[in-house]
Write a protein that binds this ligand. Structure first.
Ligand SMILES: [Zn+2]
Length: 264
């Protein structure tokens, strides 16, 4: 068995997330760096199983959070006192209301809770495949200790390897997603609706990666041509009005636009 050198080991170490969370500015910078690396990995991993699983996490995490929030508001899980959830093979089969529960438990609520529980378990199923170990390495060249998490890359998973960079694999991508999710920044991870390229965007209003992609996307819209004609008419009218105003202004000052552009 080959013995790994300390620099090889150090290359695989990922910083432990700081528990205090740091300042807002530091968190923003961290999110930006994490997001950019994740976008790079996603673009390189396209059409692989790794990409498929990670994509699912990006979509499902915020959606599931929103659906749980909505269900809580609708009192799907409302429990007073000793209400009991009856489960069979991990599935909710019955919810027994407590005496003081004013919100009636309906079949629809049971079904909704069940679907959410299934999605919740499926999410844990994806996350459960990733494993990490901890490491502390003395790096001779730097004369200091590095410590943190080491991602275990599984056979067949896509790993992004770049010169002088820590190998970044599916487990790293999953870890980044959870960090972004916790920081409330996961929604900034977007794929272009036209070409599918991933980007970590600064603005939530991001729509497509460039003007060409935006145009390609709009072109698919059957209303696009009609809208384009209207926009073109509006634009021409605006130009005409502007010109007319300029002329009127120039005339009221006793000069015509032509002379103004002349000697003076
Ligand atoms: Zn694009």
């Amino acid at each position: 068995m080959a013995i790994k050198t300390s620099s090889e080991l150090a290359r695989g170490i990922m910083d432990l997330p700081s528990r205090d969370g740091g300042t807002a500015r530091i968190r923003r910078v961290e999110s930006l760096l994490d997001g950019k690396l994740l976008a790079k990995w996603l673009n390189a991993a396209r059409d692989t199983k790794s990409h498929e699983r990670i994509h699912r996490l990006i979509v499902e995490l915020p959606q599931l959070r929103n659906d749980y929030n909505a269900a809580s508001r609708d009192r799907v899980f409302m429990r007073f006192g000793a209400e009991t959830t009856v489960r069979r093979d991990g599935k909710i089969v019955e919810i027994l209301p407590a005496d003081s529960d004013f919100s009636p438990i309906t079949q629809e609520k049971i079904r909704r809770a069940q679907v959410l529980a299934e999605r919740h378990d499926a999410l844990q199923g994806i996350l459960g495949r990733y494993s990490y170990s901890i490491g502390a390495v003395f790096v001779l060249a730097r004369g200091e200790w590095l410590s943190g998490l080491i991602t275990k890359h599984r056979r067949g998973e896509f790993v992004l390897e770049e010169e002088g960079q820590r190998p970044y694999g599916e487990g790293d991508a999953a870890f980044t997603i959870l960090s972004l999710f916790e920081a409330g920044d996961l929604e900034k991870m977007r794929s272009c609706p036209s070409c599918g390229r991933w980007q970590y965007v600064r603005q939530r209003s991001y729509f497509a990666c460039n003007a060409a992609c935006r145009y390609q996307h709009y072109k698919k819209d059957p209303e696009f041509k009609k809208k384009a004609v209207v926009a073109q008419q509006k634009h021409r009218k605006k130009l005409k009005d502007m010109l007319r105003n300029q002329q009127a202004l120039a005339e009221s000052h006793g000069v015509t636009p032509r002379r103004k552009h002349g000697r003076l």
